[in-house]
Design a protein around this ligand. Structure first.
Ligand code: DAH
Length: 360
């Protein structure tokens, strides 16, 4: 017993004399390590006689508890003083600039849509919307697209489960059905643009199964091809930020317009460098025409009384041309490095008309 009391007073003294956390750990190992003093006393209890064990057992356990408590409180004390010492000597340089978090960028498609809405808004066009899942009637029939037109063939169109009444449903293949919805919904005059997703079963460097189109429709009395040309030339010059941009209207065919035209803009492709503006080449940019009398009739309008023009173009295509983005598929790969490079700061005014390259 005397031995235990001695050990206790000596060890408590030792704990108090330790000066660092490392020294305290040395102490702990001396008493509580594998071959530590207290550890072997605990182990030795097994070989004591029951009488001895009755006396020594509680004393050894009490020693263990008291010592461990002393170690714990000394540890707290030492850690605190070591921390205080550190705080006194170590200086944090608060004059160093922080690392700014990079703000997000606006996707070139969103930016281009904002520009289109602003630009056509300035010309008096309101925004119209239609569903992505269309019925066959709005997507094809009402637009004067005959049963045997190739656009109806399955390789282009995503067909959905049909409606309850048996009417076929499709993922709209173009934004033109919004023309029909607009004319059926309200009385003329109409002056709308509609921007949204369209779907075609196609995938390569210039095609993705989902892309965006902008559709325009203007219906009023005494509307002629001159109005169509004036409106589109004005749009193209403003959108691409090129004054006197060469624009060419080429006769074409669409089932829903008559006459129909495809529009090209002048460009140059010298030494692999593509430039919009004057040059020897042409680049096709959109489809347009005077709304076909059959389409007007399908929407209960009298072609003798009302006429109008319509146009449609791919948003990705004009974004690629304006901002120099070479591969269509990259728009939808969600690669942050791509977005940081081609994206726009949110403070850029929506209609950054004079820009000709992406704002990195
Ligand atoms: N809907 C046509 C397409 O997807 C584009 C188009 C051409 C729309 C002529 C029009 C138009 O409104 O008049 O290819």
């Amino acid at each position: 017993m005397a031995k235990i009391t001695d050990i206790k007073s000596q060890s408590l003294q030792e704990v108090n004399q330790t000066q660092t956390v490392a020294e305290l750990e040395e102490f702990r190992l001396k008493y509580f390590g594998k071959k530590g003093l207290v550890t072997s006393m605990l182990k030795g209890m097994g070989s004591l006689s029951p009488e001895e064990r009755q006396v020594q057992g509680p004393a050894i356990n009490a020693l263990k508890t008291e010592l461990l408590e002393a170690v714990e409180s000394k540890k707290n004390e030492l850690e605190l003083s070591e921390l205080n010492e550190k705080l006194k000597t170590e200086k944090i340089d608060i004059t160093l600039p922080g690392r700014p978090e990079e703000p997000g960028k606006i996707h070139p498609i969103s930016q281009t849509i904002d520009e289109l809405v602003t630009l056509f808004g300035d010309m008096g066009f309101a925004l119209a919307e239609g569903p992505n899942i269309e019925d066959d009637y709005h997507n094809f029939t009402a637009l004067n697209i005959a049963e045997d037109h190739p656009a109806r063939q399955e390789q282009d169109t995503f067909y959905m489960k049909e409606k309850k009444d048996g009417a076929p449903l499709v993922l709209r293949t173009h934004t033109s059905p919004v023309q029909i919805r607009t004319m059926m919904d309200k009385n003329p005059p109409h002056r709308i643009v509609s921007i949204g997703r369209v779907f075609r079963a196609d995938y390569d460097i210039t095609h993705t199964p989902m892309f965006h189109q902008i559709e325009g429709l203007l219906i009023d009395k005494n509307i002629n091809m001159g109005h169509l040309k004036g409106c589109l030339i004005e749009f193209l010059e403003t959108f691409f930020g090129v004054k006197d941009l060469p624009v060419r209207f080429r006769p074409s065919y669409f089932p829903f317009t008559e006459p129909s035209a495809e529009v090209d803009i002048g460009c140059s492709r010298e030494d692999g460098d593509f430039k919009i503006g004057k040059g020897a080449d042409w680049m096709e940019i959109l489809g347009c025409g005077m709304v076909h009398p059959n389409v007007l009739r399908n929407c209960n309008l009298d072609p003798e009384e009302y006429q109008g023009f319509a146009f449609g173009m791919g948003v990705e295509r004009i974004a690629m041309l304006k901002y120099g983005i070479p591969d269509l598929r990259t728009f939808y790969e969600s690669d942050l490095r791509w977005l940081r490079h081609y994206g726009f700061r949110s403070l850029d005014i929506p209609c950054a008309l004079n820009k000709t390259s992406g704002d990195a």
